[in-house]
Design a protein around this ligand. Structure first.
Ligand SMILES: Cc1cc2nc3c(=O)[nH]c(=O)nc-3n(C[C@H](O)[C@H](O)[C@H](O)COP(=O)(O)OP(=O)(O)OC[C@H]3O[C@@H](n4cnc5c(N)ncnc54)[C@H](O)[C@@H]3O)c2cc1C
Length: 387
């Protein structure tokens, strides 16, 4: 797929080549096994870390690569072409826990937690959702009660991506229970580590797709967390999470574009190879039109994503554009993978061919880090905020 519309720098092209080669040789060959077995080989974390891909937007002073958002997304898209699960691991770690510590953490927290995360020695996760608090995340019920120089956390966090593998978990909990109506304002963020007594990994979800990246519940049973592990100000945790999800949404958009691109690449090749009625199916205009629409939608989604990312890199507000990019890219991924299954016919419906996995992997991009409905709510709200 041509990148001609996005003017990449020499450095970005070099990182793209590295990411593409790594994804092709180290990730792609394992993706089917990860999907089948429902989990990664932990080595993936070390490998991504060795390339600097787990600290791409962290300044060099904290052992990161100090790159901008656009460059990070170029690498992420290449990883996603090979495997959506590896991409979500990279996206969550780079966009949420690391950026939150960088942006809102103390210098001591940055030195202690962020530096090993940037080197890929320590993997980050993000625990906002709960069984009864999904789109309405501000209604979360996990409690953090102050006790001297500690907080005591109790509750269940759900849907935590690679929560069973993570070394550092940014967890949102309610510190102010005096008035339920305080909602978002009564929530704080804590840096948890799995060695804290009372911290447990609960149910692992048996998912439709994205099966390489384990999604688990985290059970917090009287977990005593040092007050020094609170991120930023008490009561600001939900705001920090929402601001960080803007970055996250760009990552999920890149993941979705990677999935869609893989579906298009497989479809182009298959349509040239598969013969019916005495000719390759690419000779049929119905198939050509599908391929043309797939390529056009991917190119449009990517143009929107990189425009939003460039705006972020210029320091401009991107709330609306991040949601537009996520909405467009993820609905594109679902549509493109659906067309890919159709182009493959019966072979598209079986695990022996690659588009079946892409179709399953695409679906979740419309759900996590804000469903498509929530993105539309954000976009519409911003229309009124501006006027
Ligand atoms: C594989 C996977 C990985 C995840 N990883 C993480 C993670 O690492 N950390 C984390 O904190 N969370 C994670 N999540 C949770 C994810 O963010 C939530 O699933 C998502 O926010 C939706 O919440 P819900 O599933 O409770 O659905 P609900 O909020 O119950 O929504 C159900 C339906 O109602 C719609 N809906 C809800 N409210 C409205 C409204 N106001 N207007 C219109 N429609 C509405 C939704 O769009 C959806 O279609 C993950 C989820 C999955 C599936």
């Amino acid at each position: 797929m041509s990148w001609a519309l996005i003017p990449l720098t020499e450095e970005q092209r070099a990182i793209q080549r590295t990411a593409r080669e790594f994804a092709r040789t180290e990730i792609a060959p394992q993706a089917v096994a990860w999907d089948r077995d429902g989990g990664f080989d932990r080595r993936i974390v070390q490998q991504l870390g060795a390339l600097g891909f787990l600290g791409m937007m962290i300044p060099e002073a904290y052992d990161g690569l100090g790159l901008d958002t656009c460059t990070y997304l170029v690498a992420l898209e290449e990883v996603a072409v090979a495997d959506a699960s590896a991409a979500v691991l990279m996206s969550v770690h780079n966009s949420l826990p690391t950026q939150m510590i960088l942006r809102y953490g103390s210098e001591a927290q940055r030195l202690h937690f962020l530096r090993p995360m940037a080197r890929g020695e320590s993997l980050g996760a993000f625990a906002l959702s709960e069984p009864d608090a999904g789109s309405d995340a501000a209604s979360l019920r996990t409690q953090a009660v102050r006790d001297g120089d500690h907080y005591v956390l109790n509750g269940v966090k759900s849907w935590v991506s690679h929560g069973s593998m993570a070394d550092v978990i940014l967890c949102m909990a309610r510190t102010d229970t005096s008035d339920e109506r305080k909602g978002a304002r009564g929530i704080s963020t804590f840096i948890l580590t799995p060695n804290l007594p009372g911290f447990g990994v609960g149910k692992k979800e048996d998912k439709m797709g994205l099966r390489g990246d384990p999604t688990v519940q985290l059970v917090l049973d009287n977990v005593r967390v040092p007050a020094a592990n609170r991120l930023g100000e008490e009561g600001m945790g939900f705001i920090y999470a929402m601001q960080s999800l803007e970055n996250g949404r760009l990552g999920i958009a890149a993941q979705a574009i990677g999935i869609a691109r893989a579906a298009l690449e497989h479809s182009v090749a298959y349509a040239a190879e598969r013969k019916q009625f005495g000719k390759p199916i690419k000779e049929f205009q119905a198939i050509q039109f599908k391929l043309a629409d797939m390529a056009t939608r991917i190119t449009a989604a990517r143009a929107l994503l990189y425009s939003a990312a460039a705006a972020k890199d210029r320091g401009e507000p991107i709330t609306q554009f991040a949601s537009m990019a996520k909405l467009t890219a993820t609905e594109t991924a679902m549509w493109v993978t659906t067309q890919a299954v159709q182009i493959f016919g019966g072979y598209g419906y079986v695990k022996e061919y690659p588009v079946e996995k892409l179709f399953r992997d695409a679906k979740v991009t419309e759900i996590y880090e804000g469903t498509s409905e929530i993105q539309r709510i954000v976009i519409a709200r911003e229309l009124y905020n501006r006027t």
